[in-house]
Design a protein around this ligand. Structure first.
Ligand code: FEO
Length: 400
């Protein structure tokens, strides 16, 4: 008996992935609840492996496979996505299995060659292609930029499962393989966090996918992503609707105030601005960037319509934590925000202009004037901060 066994998820399909309980950083994204690398084994007459796992988890995957079938009996591997969290074990797996064929999208063939300098032939499958492998029928769907240019989905016609690699995934280490077996508050936050931190810059591709899927008339019994739990039943519609909404990035009656502070002045200003927003019935998240991850800030921005940022001046610059967050947020290309900046300073006061430029680069529509306070805000200055919150709230309400 091995330490790891496969889990049957449908008539012919087994989950043979790995659980990474310890992962806390996925290329800059704070994965506070770990993750899973899901691989799937289709046990038809000619077994098929869908994706592999991150390299350190190779043995866990192979043990799970071996609990169902001798690995060398696997005839085909489908690589839906070349990023190393899914392909890291591929060279070792190919060596062990010696599959007859490996399938990937056109860009996937090139990406796998560029990563591993394979001499093995990889077979390209085109968007919409269908393959009969033994008694199993697979359909392929190109999903470029979700999350890399090579990404594709594979649909197993027999078991009505859509293997969606990063699509509809989340970073959540869990032994409960289906979404409805998990705390839905946790699942819904982690799904939003994954979208905000991974898919947000590719929202236009998401919108096209969500429009295209119904036209394909796929009977979706299970959506099986490569990270986190699997979707089935009514939860399939929930994740489709959520992706559609997140990709649209409407204005919502919520504000995110992100700031850091040196001796408390910028923090006091943030609280006064928040009170102004709150008085106009806008929900507010005030996030101190010393103890908040950039990944949570962008997640909160996903259903917000106002973004305000504050920083003291430090050595003629903004605080490093604020710079870090603004760089990360800009890269993820959030849209549709009103907002403003606020800062405190002792002499130079350069932070104000730097913050203003940064918000303009992100595309935030600035409301009224930003507020810059010398040393410690007076009650009159805090009243102006509160008034700024009210102005931003009113501008936001005009957008909704
Ligand atoms: Fe889970 Fe884009 O890799």
């Amino acid at each position: 008996m091995s330490a790891f066994e496969a889990v049957k998820i449908s008539q012919n399909v087994y989950w043979v992935g790995a659980i990474d309980w310890s992962l806390r950083n996925f290329h800059g994204y704070a994965t506070t609840r770990g993750t899973t690398y899901n691989a799937y084994l289709i046990m038809g007459a000619e077994p098929i492996l869908i994706d592999t796992v991150k390299a350190p988890f190779y043995h866990e995957m192979m043990e799970r496979i071996a609990s169902v079938v001798a690995p060398e009996k696997i005839r085909y591997i489908v690589s839906n996505h070349a990023e190393l969290d899914h392909s890291g074990s591929l060279p070792q797996t190919i060596n062990a299995i010696k599959p007859e064929k490996i399938f990937a999208s056109k860009a996937g063939v090139q990406a796998l060659k560029d990563h591993f300098h394979f001499t093995d032939e990889i077979t390209e499958v085109k968007d919409g292609a269908e393959l009969i492998l033994g008694d199993m029928k697979l359909k392929f769907l190109e999903t470029k930029m979700l999350h890399w240019p090579d990404s594709m989905f594979t649909y197993c016609v027999n078991d009505k499962i859509l293997f969606s690699q990063d699509g509809f995934g989340m970073h959540l280490a869990t032994t409960d393989l289906f979404v409805e077996q998990n705390d839905f508050g946790v699942v819904s936050y982690e799904a939003a966090k994954y979208f905000a931190n991974i898919l947000l810059p590719y929202s236009s591709f998401v919108t096209r996918l969500i429009e295209k899927l119904p036209a394909l008339n796929l009977d979706l019994q299970i959506i099986a992503p490569d990270h986190g739990p699997l979707w089935r039943g009514e939860k399939i519609q929930w994740i489709m609707d959520s992706w559609k909404r997140w990709a649209k990035q409407d204005y919502y009656a919520k504000a995110v105030i992100a700031y850091d502070t040196m001796w408390g002045s910028t923090a006091t200003m943030a609280s006064a601005i928040a009170d102004g927003l709150m008085s106009e019935n806008i929900s507010v998240k005030v996030m101190n960037l010393t103890n908040t991850s950039r990944s949570d800030v962008i997640t909160e921005m996903l259903d917000a319509g106002a973004f305000l940022v504050g920083s003291p001046t430090l050595n003629q610059e903004i605080f490093p934590t604020v710079a870090d967050n603004l760089c990360y947020i800009r890269g993820l290309k959030p849209k549709n925000f009103v907002g403003q900046v606020f800062s405190s300073y002792g002499w130079g006061g350069e932070a104000q202009n730097i913050l203003t430029n940064e918000l303009q680069k992100i595309g935030v529509e600035l409301v009224g004037d930003g507020i810059k306070i010398k040393y410690v805000p007076t009650n009159e200055a805090l009243a102006r901060c509160r008034d700024l919150g009210i102005q931003v709230a009113q501008a936001l309400k005009n957008k909704i």
